[in-house]
Every structure is written in C-alpha cells, then in structure tokens.
Ligand binder design. Structure first.
Ligand code: MN
Ligand code: MN
Length: 308
C-alpha cells in the first residue's frame, strides 16, 4: 500500500477510535440516541473525517443497524446493552469499529460484554498474513462459548477498501466460509456474543440505505436529494443525513422512487429474539507481511497533521 493511502487510512481509523470512545462517554441512561448520534457525526467532521456509514447504536436484542432518525424518541435505559458502531472515511479510506457498553448499575451484563471483547482480542492474536478466515471463526466461537454464550452465526466481519464498506472475504464468528487475510488489505473483525441462539433476523423500519451501483437519475427523484446521495460516494447513508438539510417529502419520495427503480439497498435492524442480549466489539486491522496493525485501537495519528 502506498504511504499516502496508509496515512489516510490511519487517520480515518484514529478518528473512528476517538469517536467510538466519545460516543460511549455520552451513552448514559436518559440520553437520546439521536442526540448522541448527531454529536458523534459532528465530532467526526471536526477531526477532518466523514462518516463511512451513519453512526449506529443498537440496544439489547438488536444486534446491529439501528439508526436513530430525526425525531426518534428512543432514550437509553438502565440495564441496556448498547452497541456503538462507528465508521469513518478520509478520502474514501474506510475504518469500521464498534464497542459495547453495559448500562446496568450492578454490572449484570458484564460477562456478555467481556465475551465479545475477549473474542476480538483472541481473533486479533490469530490474525496475520494468509491466515484462513475459518481459523478466525474457530477462535471467536471457542472464546464466546467458553463464557457460556453463543456467537452470532449470520453476522460477519469483512474487508474494507476505498469507498467500500463490505468487501470479501467475510470473516465469520464460527468456523465456516472461505478466504484468507491478504497482506496489504484492511479487514474489520467483529465478534458478536449472544445470550440467545446466535441468529439474527431483519426486523423493523430501515433508516440505512446504500446505492446498488452507479446512481442514475430516476423518475420522481428530487435534484437536491440526488446530489446529496451521490456525495456519499456509494457508502451507506441514513435518512437523517438527508432530512437534516432537505425537505422531508422530497427525501421520502426520492428514496421510494430509487427503491422502485431497484437502485437502493435497505438495511433494517438485525435482531435476536426479544429478551435476549447481544454484545459486539470490532476493530479494523491492516494485514502486513509479518503480522497485523490494529488501526482502530489508537488515536495517535491525530497528533500529527495529514501530510497529504
Ligand atoms: Mn461496524
Ligand atoms: Mn463492520
């Protein structure tokens, strides 16, 4: 990888690391999800990045893809297990990182959170050049089961690229699939631990979207909305990113029109059974010739200005 690209990638990852921790510090009982999410986005931009996807906070049995919308009344409660999933890009170079906070006063969900964290640590120890993704999945499952929980089988990590959030190979939480970690690529590893069976299903309204391919003007799509969607460069965006500065009706009519034209992927929340709890940790790693660099583990790159 050329040094300029790596510098941007490290910068995106450092911003993502900072904002993950910042958002976790705001996640307290009584806080509104939408307020925290918008504060996270503002911090990303202050630090010179852009969201690589809308910052998401998924509570309890919702494993991923809960994206608060403008007017969303959801507030955090005592006892919530909250996944904070933060993606940042600098000039298209994407970093993806997540952590879980246990909002219980008595720490009753601490073990679940530790299971996911320990699985990520173990996966990072196994990761390296030309390691088979099955070996990562085997380690993630082993660690999560050793805590008495289930790995979520149908969620996976992935590679990240320039303007790409989900590339191959998939990095499983159980020993399945195929592919190797290639030197010079970046991958996001994200073990999910569940109190339930470890299967998630789509449930609820989608507020996250991504264009399928090169965006084309379709009948019924507002010019302003079209330009705003193009500006995401093919990365996912939230309804709130559009509604913040465009008329609500133009946004909803345009999203419907693009959807009818088969140009939009929609991402509803991914949920375990109600009553179960899910924890997740995620880091983006650079696979080097000799090992790995855990890009989203450090904010150090923020201390020096970008040279490019
Ligand atoms: Mn993520
Ligand atoms: Mn990810």
């Amino acid at each position: 990888m050329n040094p300029q690209d790596l510098e941007k990638w490290r910068r995106a990852a450092a911003i993502a690391c900072h904002v993950r921790k910042y958002v976790a510090s705001l996640a307290k009982p009584g806080a509104k999800l939408i307020d925290i999410a918008l504060a996270g986005h503002a911090r990303i931009e202050e630090l010179g990045g852009k969201p690589a996807f809308p910052l998401q906070m998924s509570r309890n049995h919702i494993a991923a893809h809960y994206c608060a919308w403008i007017g969303d009344p959801t507030t955090l409660q005592e006892g919530d297990v909250v996944k904070i999933d933060c993606g940042v890009h600098v000039d298209g170079f994407v970093a993806d990182t997540a952590m879980t906070v246990d909002l219980s006063l008595d720490g009753r969900n601490r073990k679940l959170v530790e299971a996911s964290q320990a699985a990520l640590d173990a996966a990072i120890r196994v990761a390296g050049p030309d390691v088979d993704v099955i070996e990562i999945g085997r380690e993630v499952e082993r660690v999560i089961r050793s805590f008495g929980f289930s790995p979520v089988k149908n969620l996976t990590g992935h590679s990240v690229g320039r303007w790409i959030i989900h590339g191959p190979p998939q990095i499983p939480n159980v020993p399945v699939g195929r592919g190797k970690l290639r030197p010079g690529t970046c991958v996001a590893i994200e073990p999910f631990a569940s109190t339930g069976a470890g299967i998630v299903k789509e449930s609820g309204d989608a507020h996250v979207f991504m264009v399928r391919r090169d965006l084309k003007k379709a009948k019924g799509v507002d010019d302003g909305v079209y330009d705003a969607i193009r500006a995401f460069g093919g990365l996912p965006f939230g309804s709130r990113d559009l509604v913040a500065h465009l008329p609500f009706k133009a946004v909803s009519d345009s999203l419907n029109a693009l959807s009818r034209d088969d140009q939009l992927m929609v991402y509803p929340p991914l949920c375990e059974k109600k009553g179960e709890l899910v924890a997740q940790f995620e880091h983006t790693l650079l696979i080097t010739d000799s090992g790995v660099e855990v890009l989203t583990a450090s904010e150090d790159a923020l201390r020096t200005p970008l040279s490019v």
